[in-house]
Design a binder for this molecule. Structure first.
Ligand code: ZN
Ligand code: FE
Length: 255
C-alpha cells in the first residue's frame, strides 16, 4: 500500500511533505521550512512524527527542523557531506543509502547542482521522488554551487525514474517557470495545456506541486534540453543536450 502523502504549504512559497504509513502508523517529514504549520497538521491528524528527511542546507528547507524534532522526538536525517551546515543529524546519508518509512524503503539519490550536497529521496513503491530545489515543477533550481554539467547529470538521473512518479519539489514557482518554458518551447501543445491548468490552480489557490514526472518530461524545458525543437528555437541547432541545458539555465537567470 502506498504511503499517504500530505503537502504542507510553508513560508511564502515553500512546501514540506508528510509521509504516513497507515499500517505501522509511522510518519516522516521531508524538509522543515518552519515548525508551526507542520506541527499543526501532525496534531490535527493525531500522527507521531519519527523522522525528518532533509534535502539541502538552505534555511527555507531546514529552519524548523530542530523545533519540530524537539516537539516530537523525531530523528533528523540529511546528507553526510552537508552535515556541517545542516541541523545536528542523527543519521548521515550518502548516495545509494536506504531510508525506511513504515513498510517502504526509499533510496537516497545525490542530486547536486543547486547546492553540492543536495540529496533526494525516491520511494519506488509509492512512486514519489522528493527533489527539493533540484528538479522543480516546470523548472529546476538555480545553480548556487554546482556547474550546469552537474545539474544536467542530476536531471538526467531523475528523468530516468518511472514516468508515473510524483515529483515532490520544494516551491510553488510553477507559473513563473512555465512563462520561461513558453519562451523557449513555442510549439509544445502539452505546455500550453499545462500553463492553462496552472493558471486555474493558482487562481483557486491550489498547489501545483507535486507534479507527475511524465508531465515534467513533456513540458519542463530543462528536462527537454535534448529536444531538437528547443535547440533550434534558441539558435543552438545540433548542440549537445548538456550545452542546451547550460544555455537555458543561463537565460532563465536573466528572464
Ligand atoms: Zn534551496
Ligand atoms: Fe528553496
Amino acid at each position: 500500500m502506498p504511503l499517504l502523502l500530505t503537502t504542507i504549504p510553508c513560508l511564502k512559497d515553500n512546501y514540506a511533505f508528510l509521509l504516513h504509513d497507515p499500517a505501522s502508523g509511522e510518519t516522516a517529514l521531508v524538509d522543515a521550512p518552519e515548525a508551526a504549520p507542520i506541527l499543526s497538521v501532525l496534531r490535527e491528524r493525531g500522527w507521531t512524527l519519527s523522522q525528518i528527511l532533509l534535502t539541502h542546507h538552505h534555511s527555507d528547507h531546514v529552519a524548523g527542523a530542530e523545533e519540530i524534532a524537539a516537539a516530537t522526538g523525531a530523528r533528523i536525517l540529511g546528507g553526510a557531506s552537508d552535515a556541517h551546515r545542516l541541523p545536528p543529524l542523527q543519521t548521515q546519508l550518502n548516495d545509494g543509502d536506504q531510508v525506511r518509512v513504515g513498510s517502504e524503503t526509499a533510496e537516497v539519490i545525490s542530486v547536486p547542482g543547486h547546492t553540492i550536497g543536495h540529496i533526494g529521496y525516491h520511494f519506488p513503491v509509492s512512486k514519489y521522488v522528493f527533489t527539493g530545489d533540484s528538479l522543480m515543477a516546470g523548472g529546476c533550481g538555480r545553480l548556487f554551487e554546482g556547474t550546469p554539467k552537474l545539474m544536467w547529470g542530476t536531471l538526467s538521473k531523475l528523468a530516468a525514474l518511472p514516468p508515473d512518479t510524483l515529483v515532490c519539489s520544494g516551491h510553488e514557482y510553477t507559473a513563473s517557470n512555465l512563462l520561461f518554458a513558453a519562451a523557449v518551447d513555442l510549439n509544445n501543445e502539452a505546455l500550453v495545456e499545462r500553463i492553462e491548468a496552472t493558471s486555474t490552480a493558482v487562481q483557486k489557490g491550489t498547489p501545483t506541486v507535486p507534479s507527475l514526472l511524465s508531465l515534467e518530461l513533456a513540458t519542463n524545458p530543462f528536462l527537454r534540453a535534448g529536444n531538437p525543437a528547443i535547440a533550434d528555437q534558441i539558435g543552438m541547432t545540433g548542440a549537445t543536450a548538456a550545452a542546451v541545458f547550460a544555455e537555458l539555465r543561463k537565460r532563465k537567470d536573466h528572464f
